[in-house]
Design a protein around this ligand. Sequence first.
Ligand code: FES
Length: 580
Amino acid sequence: MTFTPAKWPRRLRSQEWFGGTGRDQIYHRGWMKNQGFPHDMFDGRPVIGILNTWSELTPCNAHLRDLAERVKHGVFEAGGFPVEVPVLSAAESSFRPTAMMFRNLAALAVEETIRGQPMDGVVLLVGCDKTTPSLLMGAASTDLPAIVVTGGPMLNGYFRGERVGSGTHLWKFSEAVKAGEMSQEDFLEAEASMSRSPGSCNTMGTASTMASMAEALGMALSGNAAIPAVDSRRRVMAQMSGRRIVDMVKDDLKPSDVMTKHAFENAIRTNGAIGGSTNAVIHLLAIAGRVGVDLTLDDWDRCGREVATIVNLMPSGKYLMEEFFYAGGLPVVLKRLGEAGLLHKDALTVSGTSIWDEVKGAVNTNEDVIRPVSNPLTAEGGIAVLKGNLAPKGAVIKPSAASAHLLKHRGRAVVFEDIDDYKAKINDEALDIDETCVMVLKNCGPKGYPGMAEVGNMGLPPKVLRKGITDMVRISDARMSGTAYGTVILHTAPEAADGGPLAVVRDGDMIELDVAARSIRIDLSDEDLAARLKDWKPNIEKASSGYAWLHQTHTNGADTGADLDFLIGCRGAPVGKDSH
Ligand code: FES
C-alpha cells in the first residue's frame, strides 16, 4: 500500500467545462442551470457522475434509481455535486443474442461517457451480471476515481418450504419436468416463488460473484456485496459510497491505485472461497487488461488451486445470499483468507485503507453458511484451468459444481455443431447417447454465437434423465450461468468458430478429461488432428454490418477475457477540445 493522497484544493477536470466566465463555460454551465442548480455548485467542487444501469428491462437493476438518490445524499453531504447519468444496461435475463456480446459495447459507452463529460469521479451503480464488469472496464480505461455500489441480491425464494435459488432451480426444475418428475403446473407455481423482491440473483451466481469480486478487488466499500437489495443497510451503503467518492476525488485515488496484481490475486482466491462463477474468469481478465495488469489464465489456476470453498451457497452448496449476509458476508471470507495466508493484506481499497484493516474485525455468525477452513464445502475450490490438444489455449471447469466421479473420465463424443443442432437432437429418443458419453457443443464462443452464450451446461437427454442420472461430462466454447452446476468444461480456446480443435471433433471420437492433471484431450494423433484442422472451413454466420460485425471482427478469445482488441488498455481522461 504505497498510496499518497494528492494535495487539495486543486483545479479539477470539471472546471474545464464549468470554471470561468468565458462564452464556452457559460454555455456549459448555463444549460445545466435549467435544472435549478445554484451557481455555487460549479465552484470547483468534485462533480460525481452516478452511472446508473437502471432499466425496467434489467429487472435485477430496476430499483437502482432509489439507490442513486441515496448516493446523491452522500455526495452532497461530502461537498460534491452529483449528476445521475444513464448508461447501457445489458440484462442477463433477456438481452439477445446474449448480454455478454454487449458487455464490451457498454464498457466502450461508459468509457466515453466519462471521458467526454464534466466528471471528476464516478459511482458505478450496477447489479445484474454484465453491468458490473462493463462499468468497471469502462471506468478502468479512464482511470478517474471510481467506486462500485451494487444493487444487492433478492431475498430468498421458497417453494413448498424449500429454498429456491435464482437460476439454479430453474435448471433443476426444467430437468425434473423433462424427466417426468415435476408437472408443468408445479413449475409455473415455482416460477412465482423464485423472484420475490427487487435485486439480483440470490445464488452465488455471476451477479453475486461479480459483486464479491468488486469488493475483493477493493473497488467497493467493505460489506457491499451481500446486503440484500431491500435491506435498509443497502441504502446506507449507497449513501456512504456517495460520501466516500468525493474524498477519493480530493485524494486522487484511482482504479489503477486499487486494482493492482495483488488485488486481482485476492479476487481470484476469493472466487475459490465463495465457489464463484466461472464467468469471473473472463471478466477479471478483461478488467485487468483495461487497467494494465498482466493477468493470465495460469494465474487463475495457480491462485485458485490452494483455496477451499468455504461459502455454502447454491449452486455449489445449500444457502442463499440473504443467509450469507446474516453470517457476516464477504468480510468474513476475506478474513479467513488472510488468516490462512492467502490474502495480500496490504492491498489498498477505495476506503483509503488496506483490505486487512477493513476485514480483520469481521465476525462469523453462522459456521454452516461460512465454514471454517478445516471443514470446507470443497477442499479444492478454485477454477481449474485445463489444457491439452482439445484446448491448446485453455478451458475452465468449476470442480466444486461438478460430480466427483466424473472429474476423471473417458467417453465417446456426441457432437452438436451449434445450439440449434443441440436443440433439434437432444430430445430425440433415437439419439445414440448414454451417461458415459461426452456431450460436445461447438460454435457458442465469443465469435461463434456471437457473444459466448451461457449454454455450456446443456440439459441432459430425457432418456438419460429418466434413469435418475443428473450429470454428464459436457464440453463447449460457451459459458455457463454462474447459477448452474455440473461437470461442464467451458470457454474452450481457441473457439470452434476460430478454427480451434473443438471445431473438428466428430461423433464417436474419444474424449479424455482429467481435472487433477488439468488435462482435456481428444484421443487423436497429432497428425490426424492436424489433417482435420487443415480441411476445416469456417461455418458460422458472420454479420456484415452493425455492432455484431464489430464484435465478431474484433473480439479476443475467452482465454484473454474476450474484450475487443482495440479497447484493451487505459487511455486516461484527457479533457480534449471544446466543441464550440
Ligand atoms: Fe440479473 Fe441474475 S439475471 S443477476
